[in-house]
Design a protein around this ligand. Structure first.
Ligand code: SF4
Length: 384
């Protein structure tokens, strides 16, 4: 039975952070009740199509899932168990904002079956939190981690962000030190990027926000890799680090091009060979689900060329790289046959290397990953 991941999107936040381009909206209690009902109806709709699939990861993401009352999170998780064949050893993650979780709720979340918490820390510096427009304090981060441990969570991930306006090397090193001091099983460290249609984008255009230069961001990235790997974390994906056997299984499934079903506003799926994405706006999502039990806004069946480019795009994000034998098995031709030209070009530039059975980005290539990967998406190849 082929396994799938299950993703549930909770699109509400206490405040829209200035850099955020996720599908997140300010909390709206009346709408949130209808949203939970819609999510449950959508789940019921897809359950028969997934009847022969094992669910081995469940991820509640957002937005901020913990803006929902605990009872709703528990109710949704219970419905997952009712409608899908959830593996008894499934990894079940809930994203959480440190400002939103009382101790009692954390205990009950754990008892309801959540076994992994991903905490949006972003920074241990009060001024940086304020600059990012985060609604939580540094003290609340410490409190949340302590409460999570007390509640019995033995698998915690902390999200951090580097390359912030005005950030110094020392401040970033201090952030890393404080994160390590909390001994999380997993860390994600993302480079701040300015996305269109965000408050930060407008501020940058008006000259009110100045990003650090690329070479400085690269220095912080190198410091991150060196600090976290020296502390015993495996650097297993461009922005992700884990203690042994604590990689995020749900995200790993994305990166190896596995199938997943996404439910909720704006959620994407790759399921039964098809790719589809839901309507973003929660009110429209609810209305559409109430009418037809689905809220798909776009749908595509990727052709072989697209699937190859995506397999490379995702595989190269992993430090283990892209397994050449798997690629050949999946597409019936070798990686060299499919992508000979970009491969030679990138290898010549020292950005990518082929070791015995894998294609792997070099350290230089990791920092330039987005531009390296584009070569495999756009390169036309006659042979394909
Ligand atoms: S908490 Fe996360 S999802 Fe919500 S607005 Fe901030 S960055 Fe976006």
């Amino acid at each position: 039975m082929d396994a799938i991941g299950l993703y549930l999107h909770i699109p509400y936040c206490l405040h829209k952070c200035g850099y955020c381009d996720f599908n997140s909206h300010n909390i709206n209690e009346a709408e949130m009740e209808s949203y939970v009902r819609a999510l449950l109806a959508e789940m019921e709709h897809y359950a028969p199509a997934a009847a022969d699939r094992r669910v081995d990861t469940i991820f509640f993401g957002g937005g901020t899932p913990t803006t929902l009352p605990f009872t709703d999170l528990a109710r949704i998780l219970k419905a997952c168990h009712q409608h899908f064949k959830v593996d008894p050893e499934a990894e079940i993650t809930c994203e959480a904002n440190p400002a939103t979780i009382p101790q009692s709720d954390l205990k009950e979340l754990r008892e309801a079956g959540f076994n992994r918490l991903s905490i949006g820390v972003q920074s241990f510096d009060p001024a940086e939190l304020e600059r990012l427009e985060r609604v939580h304090s540094v003290d609340e981060v410490y409190l949340t981690v302590e409460r999570a441990r007390t509640a019995g969570f033995d698998n915690l991930s902390l999200d951090l962000m580097f390359g912030l306006p005005g950030q110094t090397v020392e401040r970033w090193q201090d952030n890393l030190k404080r994160a390590l001091g909390l001994n999380p099983e997993h860390l994600s460290a993302y480079n701040l990027t300015i996305e269109p249609d965000t408050v930060f984008y407008k501020q940058q255009a008006q000259g009110h926000l100045v990003m650090p230069p690329d070479d400085f961001q690269r220095e912080l990235f190198e410091i991150t890799i060196d600090t976290l790997t020296s502390a015993g974390y495996e650097h297993y994906e461009i922005s992700n680090y884990a203690k042994p056997a604590k990689q995020c299984r749900h995200n790993l499934n994305y990166w190896v091009n596995g199938e997943y079903l996404g439910l909720g506003a704006g959620a994407s799926s790759t399921f039964n060979g098809e790719r589809f994405k839901n309507i973003n706006l929660p009110a429209r999502y609810i209305a559409q689900i109430n009418e037809t039990q689905t809220a798909v806004e776009s749908r595509e069946t990727p052709d072989r060329r697209q699937r190859m480019g995506e397999a490379v795009m995702l595989g190269l994000r992993l430090r283990d790289g892209l397994r050449l034998a798997t690629f050949e098995q999946q597409f019936g031709l070798s990686f060299h046959e499919a992508f000979g030209d970009p491969l030679a070009r990138l290898a010549g530039m020292g950005l990518l290397e082929i070791n015995s059975d894998r294609a792997v980005l070099t350290r230089e290539g990791l920092f330039l990953a987005d531009s390296v990967i584009v070569e495999f998406i756009t390169e036309p190849e006659e042979v394909i």
